[in-house]
Design a protein around this ligand. Structure first.
Ligand code: ATP
Ligand code: MG
Ligand code: MG
Length: 380
């Protein structure tokens, strides 16, 4: 079969490659490491940096379409691949728009979707000019932050100046700190023809800045869920997006919905689509880049996803340990996904468990049992 190109060798790429293989495609992955979770299940890994001209040339000679699993892939590399005649889904422009929080927020607002009150901070003069109503706030670097890295909680201008300097004076955004009722996300996919579909809303719980649990569908009323999905679709259209996009949203106490940030790729909060939806977010990614129609985003089973971080591979004394997979897998509805990473490190994403059931209540009951077996905190 045809070979599809992938920038990035992480677990999102691995699940993409698995979906591609299911549909008869091969995958060639460009990734700096010698081995990778995606490379392990791909036909071929081109070991090169994402901006390496030779590596990009090799990829361009191997495939006709390319996608990314890594949100900080250089937009210039995607542009070079497009110039070499490859179909790039998403496009370099769409990826670039999501790589700077200030640009991203401007796109979201243009789509008619609200965002948190914020101001661009690119100089000490910008800090001095910040209005009082943005405090208490969160100063975020405009680029390259993830898992809460590159963020500082600030109470006033003085603290913002200190944090801005600590970040090395790079471009930032100051966002007003909001009282969140719930964090949710919507995975949206958009085909080459512009057809747009959204997956059910996922309800997300973070621990130490890292996604810990996703409940799909989110336990919110239909009107709120529909609005969240509508917002996500509008953002994808405003970006003229092709491929799979994650839209992170905040729900506030008064029921209003704001967009937080975008990820131009499948997302951790959408893993459950593999086991709980007719088409997974990864299959959607394959379909778009192959120029095929989108499938159904309908959810056939309720689900709760538990992230498995490297911490689970160590006991209380810090000695290496292995989770009790046999006990976990004796729970009905449990699907185990491990990413094939050789070395476990604290906070490293090693795998996830999706628990499915006919009802949300039963899925949650089973997820509680799974969390207990694994030694994780109560899911929600
Ligand atoms: P990710 O790992 O999702 O890419 P990130 O490092 O890019 O995270 P954000 O998603 O912007 O950062 O923020 C991380 C978390 O911080 C959010 O999930 C939310 O819990 C909290 N947060 C971010 N912005 C705000 C805000 N304006 N008000 C209140 N809480 C916020
Ligand atoms: Mg982010
Ligand atoms: Mg986020």
């Amino acid at each position: 079969g045809e070979t599809l190109g992938l920038m990035g060798g992480g677990q999102l790429g691995r699940m993409f490659a698995q979906a591609a293989a299911t549909m008869g495609y091969h995958v060639a992955v460009l990734e700096p490491g010698a081995t990778s979770p995606a490379g392990e299940v791909a036909l071929r890994q081109i070991a090169a940096r994402y901006d390496d001209a030779e590596g990009l040339r090799t990829l361009a000679q191997t495939v006709r379409a390319v996608t990314t699993e890594f949100e900080n892939v250089p937009a210039a590399s995607l542009r070079a691949l497009a110039d070499a005649g490859l179909r790039t889904t998403p496009s370099a422009d769409a990826v670039a728009a999501t790589q700077n929080r200030n640009v991203e927020k401007a796109f979201i607002k243009r789509a008619g979707v609200p965002v948190a009150p914020h101001a661009r901070v690119a100089s000490e003069a910008d800090v001095a000019a910040l209005p009082a109503e943005l405090f208490p706030g969160i100063l975020k670097t405009a680029s390259l932050g993830y898992d809460g890295k590159g963020q500082a909680r600030v109470a006033n201008v003085e603290e913002t100046l200190e944090a801005f300097r600590a970040f090395g004076g790079v471009e930032c955004v100051l966002e007003k700190r909001l009282a969140l009722k719930l964090e949710v996300s919507v995975i949206v996919c958009r085909g080459l023809d512009g057809a747009t579909k959204t997956f059910p809303v996922s309800e997300n719980v973070h621990r130490n800045g890292i996604l810990a649990v996703s409940v799909m569908p989110a336990r919110i009323d239909d009107a709120t869920a529909n609005r969240a999905r509508e917002y996500a679709g509008r953002i994808a259209e405003a970006l003229d997006y092709r491929g799979v996009l994650c839209v992170e949203l905040f729900i506030l106490e008064d029921g209003s919905i704001l967009a937080n940030e975008l990820a131009p790729r499948p997302h951790n909060s959408g893993h459950a689509t593999i086991d709980a939806c007719v088409m997974s977010q990864y299959e959607a990614q394959v379909r778009v880049m192959a120029g095929l129609p989108l499938g159904s985003t309908e959810q056939h089973s309720a689900s709760v996803m538990l992230n498995l971080l490297g911490d689970l591979w160590f006991d209380e004394k810090g000695e290496a340990a292995t989770p009790d997979w046999a006990k976990l897998l004796s729970i009905p509805g449990v699907k185990l996904h491990l990413y094939g990473k050789a070395e476990a490190r604290p906070a490293r994403k090693m795998g996830h468990v999706t628990v499915v059931a006919p009802t949300g209540e039963l899925a949650m009951a089973r997820a509680r049992e799974a969390a207990r077996v694994l030694g994780l905190p109560e899911p929600i």
